[in-house]
Design a protein. Structure first.
Length: 89
């Protein structure tokens, strides 16, 4: 499989140093920009949503939120519940 149409990745940044995490995500971005679709399961939600065309946020195995990655990243409820952000009152 030298040129797959789809790449499935499960936690590619798990247990890596921050420098290596950035390198892995940059490689993922390059692969995607070259035309390969990617399905990414990742605990680093912020990094994953920054680059995702479409995202799904799961809770207890169920789809809790879905939408464009950037929209989910900027959604205050997603931020509060999953990204460690706090809402301002």
């Amino acid at each position: 499989m030298l040129q797959p149409n789809l790449l499935l990745l499960d936690e590619p940044s798990a247990a890596l140093s921050p420098i290596l995490v950035n390198s892995v995500f940059e490689q993922i971005r390059r692969i995607n920009q070259a035309g390969t679709a990617i399905v990414l399961v990742e605990q680093n939600a912020r990094k994953a949503l920054e680059m995702a065309d479409r995202g799904y946020v799961l809770e207890s195995g169920r789809d809790r939120f879905e939408g464009r990655g950037i929209d989910l990243l900027n959604d205050p409820k997603v931020g509060e519940l999953y990204l460690g952000a706090t809402t301002r009152h």
